[in-house]
Ligand binder design. Structure first.
Ligand SMILES: *Cc1c(COP(=O)(O)O)cnc(C)c1O
Length: 372
């Protein structure tokens, strides 16, 4: 029987491994020249906007909310279908999470529902680009500007995605990316935040390291409460190696996604009742290839039967509002019916840079056996 095919796996090339070894031998292994070089490269890619790196994608969003001055008494609108980090950061700064249901086709936050959820206390929107698919960016920023709201884009999955030919992150308000191990490019753990100006970048640096401001060679002052969120040069060296491959990675993922559609064929949805993702080869970086299963099979059953066939399947994501922590805040079943249905039946098929078309075919064949 063939080898186990995981749903995701990072590819770190030998040049990157060598550059990490160089850092380890250099005598400087925390934040230093590699972090600066990585931030410079990212900033150039994001059209010259200021960029700061961090040790996770989660803390970048928390810091963006702090820079925006969002806290107790403020409402922040987000999607129930994301990694729980997206809503946790709202609680972390003392603000109130408000969920808006998702669009069943894109599986992203429904912007009509966002508009309906706006109150006088709303201060920000955190949209998530699930699987790397952006929301309608024109509409998002029209809503934000009409209601004077900040936007913290949870673009954790969207590096390499574009909108009207421009990279996600090269325009907009705060844009947060994750470099966690399964993301399209990784630093093992890490993230970056694209900011609007030098003032925000200086604040990001303060929140990143205990609220410290340095002046001269020995002067330090602390005037805000910061944390310990800096990226190391070890991580940045991995990031630099990965970033050099970004275009190749995005191209390969698009090729694999096209091959999924071609192999499954146009009758797959009608034959199985499974719902394929929108065919977006212009904007999406295909971080994930997700299908929504028909109700006649449980997600657990599907995952187990795929595993029997040596295929790994991921689950992204359980609806956030139904976790105990969020139920305790008053959220319950029935509040976001689309998210609840999609969140019950959504699965992520294998999709990663080192995969080949044969792996896609193997996955599709297994899926036909399980679903037909
Ligand atoms: C990965 C991810 C995060 C969190 O990023 P970390 O780097 O793991 O902190 C947040 N939101 C989404 C949508 C993600 O995929």
């Amino acid at each position: 029987m063939s080898n186990f095919l995981p749903f995701s796996r990072p590819t770190i090339d030998e040049a990157t491994i060598a550059s990490v070894a160089d850092v380890l031998r250099s005598g400087w292994i925390t934040s230093g020249p590699k972090v600066q070089e990585f931030e410079k490269k990212l900033s150039k890619y994001f059209g010259g906007r200021p960029v700061r790196t961090f040790n996770s994608g989660t803390c970048t969003m928390e810091i963006a909310l702090r820079i925006a001055g969002i806290g107790a008494g403020d409402e922040v609108i987000t999607t129930p279908i994301s990694w729980v980090a997206t809503a946790n950061v709202i609680l972390e700064v003392g603000a109130t999470p408000v969920f808006a249901d998702i669009d069943p086709v894109t599986r992203n936050i429904d912007l009509d529902k966002v508009e309906a959820a706006i109150t006088p206390r709303t201060k920000a929107i955190i949209p998530v680009y699930l699987a790397g698919k952006p929301v309608d960016m024109g509409r998002l920023y029209a809503i934000a500007s009409q209601h004077k709201l900040r936007v913290v884009e949870d673009a954790a999955q969207a590096i390499g995605s574009t909108w009207k030919g421009k990279p996600i992150g090269s325009f907009g308000d705060f844009v947060s990316f994750s470099f966690q191990a399964n993301k399209n490019i990784t630093t093992s753990e890490g993230g970056c935040l694209v900011l609007n100006n030098a003032e925000e970048a200086a604040l990001a640096e303060k929140y990143r390291l205990q609220g410290v401001t340095r002046s001269g060679w020995d002067g330090i002052e602390v005037d805000v409460l910061g944390g310990k969120f800096n990226m190391t040069d070890i991580a940045a060296a991995i990031g630099l190696g990965q970033f050099a491959q970004l275009n190749a990675i995005t191209e390969q993922r698009r090729k694999l996604a096209r091959h999924y559609f071609a192999t499954l064929g146009k009758d797959f949805q009608a034959q199985t009742g499974a719902q394929l993702p929108p065919k977006d080869f212009e904007n999406t970086n295909w971080h994930l290839f997700q299908i929504v299963l028909p109700e006649r099979i449980t997600r657990a059953d599907f995952m187990a039967r795929m595993k029997d066939r040596n295929i790994g399947v991921g689950y992204h994501y359980a609806p956030i509002h139904l976790f105990k922590l969020y139920r305790a805040l008053g959220f319950k079943e029935g509040m976001f019916p689309v998210a609840e249905r999609v969140g019950r039946q959504i699965v992520s098929l294998p999709m990663f840079y080192a995969m080949n078309e044969g792996d896609v075919e193997r996955t599709c064949a297994a899926m036909r056996e399980v679903l037909m």
